[in-house]
Structures are given as structure tokens and as C-alpha cells.
Design a binder for this molecule. Structure first.
Ligand code: EPZ
Length: 441
């Protein structure tokens, strides 16, 4: 069963939305519970597909996951962790990239892991070579098998001196989740230090892990034999908050995002202000609004933290189609993250994508045939169109473009958006969006 949204555009989004725990932390904190020998409690958990997928995967391994019907808080008890028949895990193949992070905890818990071929958004080929190299350096044996990868460590995992070729968030998480109970010291240089990484370190520290983040992006972990449980409130989702902020600009609206955290969005807020967006930063959230005048074009380059987050660029590109002049976006984290612009061009946007690095520094993708720079000319009048959602953030961008466009748009494939945006159709209704949802077979 899938749903189709019929959107009648031209209505400014105004009102209040509440943003809860970060999609890019909560599933990882759930996996971390498997490392403990006591139950853990995770709070501020959003109702999103990625949480459902990881809940199923953990239950397959004997972890009990109980959700509080009122608060949504999760209690995870790893006591009965056991190996799952690999066929059962296959049922979840293609849903998410999180399964790869089960390797370390499963090896510590039961000595082996079978990880299905991975899913996740189609924004590049999303390799896992860093993950597998890290596991090998910890002493694991990695074997490709039909439908996935079998990983084992007969002698357990031992600490290692690891250098990441790129500050990969996932690979950093792989190290954290494997090293905390490995024998000896692990030193990770070239680590990712995103807010979600720091929050995962906070979770592990609560369990008894000894982890320090040094000034040169090196993370040092002293392995311990046992870990306890944690009680943790997940940080809020800065990507969802930034998405609603862009929606306010695109639709000339005014949205209070309850839960938006200035600390985690500093770079985004600077960019938002430079584009000409209005904001009131409060203790319980941030009000984002269109100030009525022109929007300013800008030159933007995505980067790892504390740079401009790659997940923020797609919704903001829609706002740049309304800016008065030429903007340039150089995407340096993923090689293929401008596919969503095809639909915007069909709606009337003026966007060209290029192979060159159109930014201050050449990135890994220069001269490798990847269309990873975009030139956006505005303002352009967007017209409604039929759209099929390509991925999570691109899909949200299509929604806000359709909400701003004149005329009607028919948007299919919106179930992908449930992966990372909690109750987004209810939130759109609450903001005054004019649309119908119909379910198709
Ligand atoms: C996480 O993905 C997030 N997803 C992404 O958010 C986010 O965009 C990304 O980090 C960067 O911040 C989750 O946390 C679930 P990476 P991840 O490893 O860990 C390359 C969203 O919309 N790479 O930091 O998969 C990779 O191809 C999603 O919420 C390798 O080459 O990202 C990419 O070019 C989208 N080999 C770069 O590193 C590897 O083994 C960054 O990837 C791993 C990664």
C-alpha cells in the first residue's frame, strides 16, 4: 500500500511543529544498548521508519524493546541476546544502512554477525569499505556470503590504531561501537565529530565506556570488559529542523520549530541569515520566517561538521530557486546528491549541475565525472508537476517545492519520507498546507 499526495500550492506554511530525537542518533543509541549487560532507556524517540527497522533487527537478536505508549520512550533489554537465523535478518535487507553498525555489538555479544546487503538513500554508491577495514583491524574475519556479509572474531576484538581516509560518520560509529569493549586501547584519527557522534559518545560514557575526543579530531577509546545500561534523552533532529526552516522560506511562511537547537545548527543559522531568512532563537526552539523582501543568492559548500551539513543542502536549494540572482552549491560529501533537481527543473527552476568543483577547494569528486556542483538562478516561478520522491531529503525538498508552486502537484513515493520525518503529513496539515492523501494498491 503506498500513498499519493495531491498538493495545491501557493499557501504559506505558518504555525508550529515539534521536532524530536535525531534520526541519525536514535537508531545508533538503540544498537549501543546491545553492548550493555543491563537494560537501557532511550527518551525523545521519534516515530520514524528507521526506528522500527532497528527495533525489529534487535528483537531478532533477542533484545526486548518496549515502547512507552505515551512518551514513546524505549526500554531495551539485551540480556537474552542470541544469534538470529540469517534468513530472518534478510527480511530487513534494503530498509536502512544501520544494520552494518550491529557488527561490533553482535560480535561482543555472540561472537558473530550476519549483515544483509544495505539500503539507505540512493545518493551515491554508499560503500562500506571503511567499516569492513575497521572491523578487520579489530581482528574480525569478514566473509562475503550470498545476500550479505558474515563477520566473526573467534578471539574477540582487540584495540587498534585507525586512521579514516575520510571523516565518515558511519565508520566513526563502527569504531565507537566496536572499540568500547575491545581488548586494549583504540586511537581513531580523522574521525567524524558531528553532534550525533558526540551524543553517541555520551550514551556510551553513561554505560561505562572511557572515550575522549581530542583537539585534532582524534578519538581515544580505552576498552573495558563490561558495560552497563544508559538512560539518555536523544538530541533533537537538526536536519528536520533545517528542513522546516527552508520550508518557511520557500513558501514565504513563518514556522516555530519546537526543539530546534541553536548549538547544533550554528552554521545553518549563519547561512539562513545570509540568504535573508528571519529567525528568533529561543530556549525551547527557533522561529523561522520569510521577512517579505528578496532572498539573497549565495555560494555554498557542504562539508563535515562543523561545516554546512550535506543533509541541509537539498531543502535549501529549493529556497535558492527563489533568491534574486545566481547561487552555487558545491556538494563535497556525496558524489551524486543533485538528482532531486530534475523535478525542480520540470517545475520551472533554473538549475544546472556540473562535474567541476565549483567551490573554494577541489574535493574528492573533482575530475571523476560526478555532477556534484549546482548553479541555481532565481527567482523562478515554480509550477505544479507530477513528482516521484527519489530519497529522504530530496523528497522533502520536492514537497516544499510543490507547496510553493502555483497549481497542483501529484507526489508519489512519499513513504520514503516517513524514514526520517515524524508524522510529516500531520505537521503539514497543522501548518495550513492544502493537500489530499490517497492510498493506492
Ligand atoms: C550518515 O550517513 C547519515 N546517515 C547521513 O544522513 C549523512 O548525510 C552522513 O552521515 C554525513 O553526515 C545516518 O546517520 C543514518 P558517511 P553515513 O559514512 O554514515 C563515504 C540523511 O539524509 N564512505 O559519513 O552513511 C560515503 O560514500 C542521511 O539523514 C565511504 O567511501 O555517511 C560518503 O561519500 C543521508 N566508505 C562519505 O564517506 C565507507 O565505508 C560520507 O559518508 C563509508 C562512507
Amino acid at each position: 500500500m503506498s500513498s499519493v499526495l495531491t498538493i495545491r500550492g501557493g499557501v504559506p506554511l505558518t504555525g508550529r511543529v515539534s521536532v524530536r530525537g535525531a534520526k541519525n542518533l536514535v537508531p545508533k543509541a538503540m544498537v549501543a544498548a546491545l553492548l550493555g549487560n543491563e537494560p537501557s532507556v532511550l527518551r525523545n524517540v521519534p516515530e520514524i521508519k528507521d526506528v522500527e527497522v532497528v527495533t525489529s533487527l534487535l528483537q531478532l537478536h533477542g533484545v526486548t524493546v518496549v515502547k512507552d505508549p505515551l512518551s514513546g520512550d524505549l526500554t531495551l533489554d539485551p540480556k537474552a541476546a542470541k544469534t538470529a537465523p540469517s534468513t530472518a535478518i534478510d527480511a530487513h535487507a534494503g530498509d536502512s544502512r544501520i544494520p552494518i553498525l550491529l557488527c561490533g555489538p553482535l560480535i561482543h555479544a555472540i561472537g558473530e554477525a550476519f549483515i544483509p546487503d544495505l539500503g539507505g538513500c540512493k545518493i551515491g554508491d554508499r560503500p562500506i569499505d571503511y567499516h569492513l577495514n575497521v572491523l578487520r583491524q579489530f581482528g574480525a574475519v569478514v566473509e562475503k556470503r550470498p545476500g550479505g556479509i558474515h563477520i566473526s572474531a573467534p578471539k574477540g576484538l582487540h584495540g587498534a590504531k585507525i586512521n579514516l581516509p575520510y571523516p565518515s560518520v558511519g565508520a566513526t560509529e563502527q569504531v565507537l561501537l566496536s572499540a568500547t569493549r575491545a581488548e586494549g586501547i583504540t586511537e581513531l584519527s580523522g574521525a567524524a565529530t558531528e553532534p550525533e557522534i558526540i551524543d553517541l559518545i555520551a550514551v556510551l560514557q553513561k554505560m561505562g565506556a572511557i572515550i575522549s575526543v581530542q583537539t585534532d579530531r582524534t578519538i581515544r577509546i580505552e576498552g573495558v570488559r563490561d558495560l552497563g545500561g544508559y538512560n539518555h534523552r536523544a538530541l533533537s533532529d537538526r536536519n528536520e529542523s533545517a528542513s522546516w526552516a527552508s520550508a518557511a522560506l520557500v513558501t514565504r511562511g513563518d514556522i516555530f520549530v519546537e526543539g530546534a537547537s541553536q548549538r547544533d545548527m550554528m552554521t545553518f543559522l549563519n547561512t539562513y541569515r545570509k540568504v535573508g531568512g528571519g529567525m528568533d532563537i529561543g530556549e525551547d526552539g527557533i522561529r523561522f520566517y520569510h521577512r517579505g523582501g528578496k532572498l539573497n543568492p549565495l555560494v555554498l559548500e557542504t562539508d563535515v561538521h562543523p561545516g554546512f551539513m550535506t543533509d541541509w543542502q537539498q531543502p535549501l536549494v529549493v529556497a535558492l530557486t527563489q533568491a534574486d540572482g545566481v547561487s552555487i552549491v558545491h556538494e563535497t560529501v556525496y558524489e551524486n546528491r543533485f538528482g532531486f533537481t530534475d523535478a525542480l527543473i520540470r517545475m520551472g527552476a533554473s538549475i544546472q549541475v556540473h562535474r567541476e568543483c565549483l567551490g573554494s577547494v577541489p574535493c574528492r569528486f573533482g575530475q571523476r565525472n560526478f555532477l556534484h556542483s549546482a548553479v541555481i538562478s532565481g527567482p523562478t516561478q515554480l509550477k505544479g508537476a507530477d513528482i516521484d520522491v527519489p530519497d529522504l531529503r530530496g523528497g522533502f525538498s520536492h514537497l516544499i517545492a510543490a507547496l510553493a508552486a502555483s497549481g497542483t502537484s501529484r507526489v508519489t513515493g512519499i513513504d520514503i519520507i516517513n524514514r526520517g520525518y515524524e508524522r510529516f503529513t500531520e505537521k503539514l496539515s497543522g501548518l495550513g498546507a492544502d493537500f489530499d492523501i490517497t492510498s493506492t494498491k
